[in-house]
Design a binder for this molecule. Structure first.
Ligand code: DX5
Ligand code: ZN
Length: 216
């Protein structure tokens, strides 16, 4: 079970401070939400921000690309220091090629599905990926409510993993608080992204502890 705090809800003027704070208090990954203003209606970080935060932490940078044509930017994010790169199946006509490109850079490869996208859309790349991200909100913003229907998709992915002997982790992202984390865990998820729940609080330590207790 891993916790991946999303710095989308951190203080952008104090990213180093906030990353060190969650690292010290039990985070397993740092989740970095990359948005281009086209695939999602918001704009955040580019590869130069990944490069700037890379030396501030030993934790893997769990990089979630919410950008169109992600295959054009994989080299840049890998060279900037991303340890996991996630690409949305909805963002490219060439999801298989995008995943090959990530693997060629020796980075952990992740495929991501939106709430409206069925598991079948990624069926043929499941043998290749190290992680599957099931979005539990529509991507673009922090602080939204968990979408219940996602639980079925987590179950479906856990079953396929078991039946076929695949090795991927199952990550969930959006509306994660202890109660939703626990339900996702029961469905089969093992990596939990949380943004507003961790960073909006004055004491992220307590929030991380409560999340960990919920998924133990
Ligand atoms: C949404 C992002 C999330 C976001 C989650 O597009 O992918 O990582 O930070 O935020 P919360 O945990 O506040 O729902
Ligand atoms: Zn994310």
């Amino acid at each position: 079970m891993k916790i991946s705090p999303s710095i989308l809800s951190a203080n952008f003027a104090n990213l180093q401070r906030d990353i060190e704070l969650v690292e010290k208090n039990g985070a397993d990954y740092i989740h970095v939400d990359v948005m281009d203003g086209h695939f999602v209606p918001n704009i955040t970080f580019g590869p130069n921000v990944i490069q700037a935060i890379r030396p501030t932490t030993k934790l893997p940078l769990d990089t979630h690309l919410m950008i169109e044509n992600p295959e054009d930017y994989i080299d840049a994010f890998a060279e900037a220091g991303a340890d996991i790169i996630g690409v949305h199946v909805e963002a490219t006509a060439h999801i298989h090629r995008a995943i090959q490109l990530i693997k060629n850079k020796n980075v952990r490869a992740e495929v991501v599905i939106n709430p409206g996208t069925p598991v079948e859309a990624i069926y043929h790349v499941l043998p290749m990926v190290d992680q599957v991200l099931v979005m539990t909100v529509n991507p673009g913003f922090g602080g939204q409510s968990f979408i219940e229907e996602s639980l079925n998709k987590i179950q479906q992915l856990a079953k396929l993993k078991d039946e076929k002997g695949y090795h991927y982790d199952i990550e969930v992202d959006g509306g994660i608080v202890p109660e939703t984390a626990q339900r996702c865990k029961e469905a089969g998820a093992n990596v939990f992204v949380a943004g507003s729940y961790i960073f909006v609080a004055e004491q992220p330590k307590k929030q991380i502890q409560l999340l960990k207790e919920a998924i133990e």
